[in-house]
Design a protein around this ligand. Sequence first.
Ligand SMILES: Nc1ncnc2c1ncn2[C@@H]1O[C@H](COP(=O)(O)OP(=O)(O)OP(=O)(O)O)[C@@H](O)[C@H]1O
Length: 233
Amino acid sequence: MITLSNIEKVYQTKSIETVALQNVNLTVPKGEFLSIMGPSGCGKSTLLNIMGLLDVPSSGLVEIDGKPIHSYKDAELANIRNEKIGFVFQSYHLVNDLSVLDNVELPLLYRKGSSASDRTKKARVALEKVGLSARTKHYPGQLSGGQRQRVAIARALIGAPQIILADEPTGNLDSVMGEEIMQILLELNRLEGTTIVMVTHDENMAQKTERLVRFSDGQQVSDAKVFANLQQV
Ligand SMILES: Nc1ncnc2c1ncn2[C@@H]1O[C@H](COP(=O)(O)OP(=O)(O)OP(=O)(O)O)[C@@H](O)[C@H]1O
């Protein structure tokens, strides 16, 4: 579970102060699939970075599973990020000169006690989950956008994270590939209980999730269960 209380984020550059988030209170229960929508610049990526422990708020409290993150040392935070959280980005963030298999193995390189054979085995399982078993030796440049995003999801999955944070995961894809990626995320959430927070500009994608929070100017303007999916919740 992720809890944000009275979160404020102010970016201070030499001459300008930008309030990216203000008075944000949001709880994401374990196993929820939550969408975040809002106009460009309203603070969605900032929010996701704070939830993913990649950034800290200017004020307010962030708790993961009931424990405030400021009570952890930096090394402990890095461990939580590595073990509990998987990230998926709009532009995939794959390493171009590594094969698909090596890209997927990357998060485990930073984990203690994982052998090369264990990493390879887990990477193959993750690639199978996203339907890319036949592409392990390819390089990202040899794949379509949808396939690259599936590699990125496999990489997020390899460490069996409890939480996946996805920043516009279908943003660079056409509607067919976007739908495929969405089905993978929905299955992960339903079958494995992975908590997913997804930033999206696509109303259709948001309507497939359980709950939709809309932001404007750094603040929540609505927070509602997605009616069409209520019977599945
Ligand atoms: N590192 C930074 N330094 C200064 N200002 C920043 C920084 N990062 C973001 N901002 C500002 O904070 C505000 C929120 O940015 P953020 O990237 O969170 O918005 P967003 O809703 O994700 O936008 P988009 O949909 O375009 O990706 C914007 O006004 C942006 O210019």
